[in-house]
Structures are given as structure tokens and as C-alpha cells.
Design a protein around this ligand. Structure first.
Ligand SMILES: [Zn+2]
Length: 376
């Protein structure tokens, strides 16, 4: 790329980053506004009463229908935003490769998945609120662990294949090299899979996914073309670093601690608020907008902490990759290429990175990788 083209790309990346941050704020406001409207208009109380009248005394049915209606209603309400965020904006910046029909089909599948997950999650949460009015928050934390572990374990085999094709990596040289890295580190060799991103997006990605027997490294096909073997190995070594450091488990532990705190605070709020807000008690589904708003607020407030921890794990995985390869150069050039390809702002404002980013900026990762390079 010529310097002019590269400067142009950097300007585009800043613009794209700033638009996405604005959209994030718009989504926050829209979520808060919808929940407030749903509660204060009396819509939630009406829906709960109507469903109870129709379904009789069997609360799991009326609660389930309530959750499905609320989640579907919110999705319908925010559809224009989802369309703009996921399709129009990505197309405008040349990152999207899907037709509108293709995108819509993925959106529908995503929505069905969301409805199913919300149904399970809130049915259990409301059952616990009903059965254990004092200790529900502790049981909910245990449920959160089971739910998250289950989701992580099935994600690469049951959820991700709904959206992308996965095949065992067909490059014997790469597989041999990464197997050698893993064995040297005393790691159990997990599968390495080619992640079919190219038919849908121009962006590249790689990840460690799954738990236990489903654990695997997945590598975007968008990364397998245009990157040298050494660069791909650097990315693979980074993912092995996550595995070596047990980062999925660590994040799960942090998530569980925060979930416990969040549910406990929610318990206190619901006890205080239920009577004042005019519903029968914490287990009354009419209070759903308040319950969701509390969880939403809590996850928003703790997001910088989770992101801070995640960024630390990313630096550690980068350092592991540099140590494994004995040099920083392959990782540095891979990160540079990824930034260009994914239209990442190389150096976003520090406060934006602090609040919103789960990964350190490319400029900081490159600097840290160079600093981690073994000398002499
Ligand atoms: Zn990583």
C-alpha cells in the first residue's frame, strides 16, 4: 500500500471507530428508553396481567410468553439500528460481503437463538425468585456458572456453525508447527479449524473457543490468505497463549464473581422497589423491565473492569507468542495487517479504549510485543 492509500485507510478507520462508538451510545440510550417506556406506560403490567388471565395459574407459561414477547418486541423496535450497525455501516466501509437477504437470514437465526437463550435464562431466574425469595441470588449465581460453562462448551459445535462453516485446517505444515509448539508447552493438542469468514466479511479473526473436549483454535480463512506462515504461526501462538494461561476459565471466574455481586445487588433493589413500583413482589414478571434495567446498568458499570482484565490477558497472550517464536516481528506484522484489514483505529483515545475495548489498541500491542522481545 502506498503511503497516501495507507493514510487514507487510517482516516477511514478513525471515522469508522467514532461512528461505532456513537452507535454504542445510541443503543444504550435506546435500551434504557425502551425499558422505561415499557414500565412507566403500564405496558409491562398489562402484558403480565393479560397473559395471566389467558394462561391461568401456570406461571411458567405466562412468564415464558412474557419473555418471548418482550425480547421480540425490543428486537423489532431496534431493528433499524441493528440493520444500520451490522449491514449498512459494514457495507459502507467495504467490510461486508453478504447480500441483504443473506444478512437478514443470519439476523433471524440470531434472533431465534436469543429468544431461546432468554427463555431458558429468565424462566430459571423467575423460578428461583419464586422458590427462594431470600437466597435466590446465590442459586442464580450457580445457575449463571452452569449456563455460561454450557454455552461456552457448545458454542463451537452447535452455535457458531449456524453462522459459519468450520473445517479442520488443511495445511499440514501449519498444523505440524502448531502441534509442535503445543507439545513443547506441555499443552494437550486441540484441533485447529478453518473458520469460513470470507463469504460474509472482509475482516479477519482468530480465537480459542470451547471448553474441555470442544476446545479448539479457530482461524479465519480471511487470515489464511495474504499472511505469511510465520505471521499465521504468531496468531496461533497467541491463541495457544490463551490456552496455556487458562484465560477462558479466568474470564469465567471473573464473570461469576461479578454475576454474584450483580444478583445480590439486584436482590436488594428488588426488595426495596417491588412494593413501591406496584407489583406483587420480586417474582412478579411485571417487574421485568426493572430487573433487566438493573442487570443492564450493572453490566455497563462493570464493563470497564471486565475489559481491563481482558486486555491484560491479551497482552499476556501476545508476550507468550513472542517468547514462543523467539521474535516479535511476525506478531507485529500480523497485527499491522489485521489493523488494516479490519479497519481498526490503531490508536483510539485512551479513555475510549479503557471503557469499551476488550483488546488493547494495535499501537499498544505492537509496542508491548517489541518490548517483550528476548534480547541477546
Ligand atoms: Zn487474544
Amino acid at each position: 500500500m502506498t503511503p497516501v492509500a495507507s493514510a487514507d485507510r487510517a482516516r477511514q478507520a478513525r471515522e469508522y471507530e467514532s461512528l461505532r462508538n456513537r452507535l454504542f451510545v445510541v443503543r444504550l440510550l435506546l435500551t434504557a428508553l425502551t425499558l422505561a417506556l415499557f414500565h412507566f406506560s403500564g405496558g409491562s403490567a398489562q402484558l403480565a396481567a393479560g397473559l395471566r388471565a389467558h394462561c391461568g395459574a401456570w406461571w411458567p407459561v405466562s412468564n415464558g410468553l412474557y419473555v418471548l414477547t418482550a425480547v421480540f418486541g425490543f428486537a423489532a423496535f431496534s431493528f433499524p439500528l441493528s440493520f444500520y450497525e451490522e449491514y449498512a455501516l459494514e457495507s459502507r466501509y467495504g467490510l461486508n460481503r453478504q447480500t441483504f437477504g443473506g444478512w437478514l437470514w443470519d439476523y433471524v437465526k440470531g434472533l431465534l437463538l436469543e429468544l431461546a437463550l432468554a427463555l431458558v435464562f429468565f424462566e430459571v431466574l423467575y423460578a428461583l425468585l419464586r422458590w427462594a425469595p431470600d437466597g435466590w441470588w446465590l442459586l442464580a449465581t450457580v445457575f449463571y456458572v452452569v449456563f455460561s460453562v454450557g454455552l461456552s462448551a457448545i458454542a463451537p459445535v452447535l452455535i457458531m456453525p449456524l453462522f459459519h462453516k468450520f473445517e479442520p485446517l488443511d495445511n499440514p505444515e501449519l498444523v505440524a508447527r502448531v502441534t509442535e509448539f503445543a507439545q513443547r508447552a506441555g499443552l494437550q493438542v486441540t484441533g485447529v479449524f478453518r473458520w469460513g469468514l470470507a463469504e460474509k466479511t472482509a475482516t479477519a479473526n482468530a480465537a480459542l473457543a470451547g471448553l474441555g473436549r470442544t476446545r479448539r483454535i479457530i482461524l479465519g480463512d480471511t487470515l489464511l490468505t495474504g499472511y505469511s506462515t510465520e505471521e499465521i504461526l504468531a496468531v496461533l501462538a497467541h491463541e495457544l497463549g490463551h490456552q496455556r494461561h487458562h484465560d477462558l476459565t479466568r474470564l469465567l471466574v471473573v464473570g461469576t464473581a461479578l454475576a454474584g455481586l450483580g444478583f445480590w445487588l439486584l436482590h436488594l433493589v428488588l426488595e426495596k422497589l417491588s412494593a413501591a413500583a406496584g407489583f406483587a413482589g420480586a417474582a412478579d414478571i411485571a417487574g421485568f423491565p426493572i430487573l433487566v434495567f438493573c442487570l443492564f446498568l450493572f453490566s455497563l458499570v462493570t464493563m470497564p473492569l471486565v475489559n481491563w482484565y481482558s486486555r491484560r490477558r491479551e497482552y499476556a497472550a501476545d508476550a507468550y507468542a513472542v517468547a514462543t517464536l523467539g521474535a516479535a516481528a511476525p506478531l507485529v506484522t500480523a497485527l499491522d495487517k489485521l489493523a488494516l484489514q479490519n479497519l481498526d483505529d490503531r490508536e483510539p483515545a485512551a479513555w475510549i479504549e479503557f471503557l469499551l475495548h476488550s483488546h488493547p489498541s494495535i499501537a499498544r500491542r505492537v509496542a508491548a510485543a517489541r518490548a517483550a522481545e528476548p534480547h541477546g
